[in-house]
Design a protein around this ligand. Structure first.
Ligand code: G3I
Length: 366
């Protein structure tokens, strides 16, 4: 009996007035971190402590479900520094302490990105200043957290096939002012500042099964070959996996699984780093919408977790009450977004059971 059948059976048992059904329902909702751990995987979510003030239930949910977390905002450059060279680590330190207390690993996010830069940066960047600004930032931030983080997203979203560059790299301020080797320099500097963290290139839309996704996958492998040839300390790839309910994504796309195999062949650890499913174009009906979202979770995770180099699944939020998609992609009908595993009251949705099923059917990692 799979998990969903089990839950359906529970409903029947409850209808028959089965006295222990509540206890069994509770047992049926195994923590995702536990199901993941049985397979040698980690499970976690993005994290912002401010949500816990709004919802103590969310705090309990987070602690019960996650053994790894990514700060949603607190380690971004514009959160840490409002003036050149001046850093305030208080919020990020608080988040790290919370995670340490609750045995949750922390993924540092993120050092070199074209987005979320402080207002003072653009006016100061030039071909003579950019490298020093980037390296000083890495030394300050990776140095501050050295030894405390599981991994760093060293470089974030550095590919953009739309840039029309042959190499598929994004024409970010870093590339424009430092050159293509800003990536190599960033990884080497992070390794020097924190020799213990896994060093990750985090990237979006690698899983999309259209020409854009294919171009990203090709560009990523080509960049990886250059970096590895040069002995650059890069240990893993983050697949953001912001999926869409109206998009085929990886479903049935063999080239995506072949790509994961190519990453594994190059010794990369792979992480799903920002998993959620936009339901903005899906029908208003909640059960239909939830089922579509759940089906996509199941298919995506089943395909991805077949690859044993995939070591962890990190969602971009756990409860629909706290999702960036409410602001970024609001529904035209005004209904709340339902992209995550748990509803706004922290109760499991079909998406939770789909994720749980996928973890349970994943092959065990060594
Ligand atoms: O907190 C301020 C608030 O005081 C102000 O009134 C409001 C007005 O715009 O802005 C609020 O800050 C926003 C912040 O989220 C908190 O909600 C920022 O404008 C907004 O830019 C920021 O968006 C974040 C975005 O990254 C940019 O840093 C999202 O929450 C966060 O989920 C998103 O996460 C990214 C990953 O880091 C990288 N991959 C894509 C992913 C989704 O975009």
């Amino acid at each position: 009996m799979n998990r969903r059948d089990f839950v359906t059976a529970l409903g029947a048992a409850a209808a028959a007035n089965w006295s222990s059904s509540t206890a069994i329902a509770h047992a049926a909702m195994s923590p995702l971190k536990q199901l993941a751990d049985h397979k040698g995987l980690m499970f976690g979510s993005s994290l912002a402590l401010k949500y816990f003030t709004q919802s103590p239930a969310y705090k309990q949910l987070f602690i019960s479900q996650c053994d790894i977390a990514t700060p949603e905002l607190q380690m971004k450059w514009n959160s840490l520094s409002h003036q050149p060279g001046v850093y305030d680590f208080a919020s990020a330190d608080q988040l790290v302490t919370f995670c340490e207390t609750n045995h949750i690993k922390v993924r540092g996010h993120t050092l070199v990105w074209h987005d979320s830069l402080p207002a003072w940066i653009p006016g100061r960047l030039s071909s003579t200043t950019a490298e020093t600004i980037m390296l000083d930032h890495i030394h300050a931030v990776a140095g501050h957290f050295a030894g405390k983080l599981y991994s760093w997203d060293v470089v974030n979203e550095a590919l953009d096939p739309g840039s029309q560059r042959q190499d598929g790299l994004r024409t970010s301020p870093w590339l424009q002012n430092i050159g293509v080797d800003y990536i190599e320099k960033a990884f080497r500097a992070t390794a020097a500042a924190d020799p213990h963290a896994l060093l990750i290139w985090n990237e979006n839309y690698l899983e999309v099964s259209n020409g854009f996704g294919a171009a990203k996958r090709r560009a990523m492998l080509a960049q990886l070959d250059i970096l590895l040839e040069q002995g650059v300390p890069i240990h893993g790839i983050g697949l953001e996996s912001h999926l869409r309910g109206n998009q085929a994504n990886v479903l049935g796309d063999a080239s995506y699984e072949a790509f994961l195999a190519e990453l594994a062949k190059r010794g990369m650890k792979i992480f799903i780093t920002e998993l959620d499913i936009q339901d903005v174009t899906l029908p208003a009906d909640v059960s239909e919408r939830d089922q579509t979202v759940a089906d996509i979770y199941k298919k995506f995770l089943t395909a991805t977790l077949r690859q044993s180099a995939v070591k962890g699944v990190i969602a971009w939020g756990l409860s629909d009450a706290f999702t960036w998609l409410s602001g970024y992609a609001p529904r035209k009908d005004g209904l709340p977004a339902r992209p995550l595993a748990f509803d706004a009251n922290c109760q499991p949705k079909p998406a939770y059971y789909a994720i749980a099923d996928a973890l349970e059917t994943a092959p065990r990692r060594a």
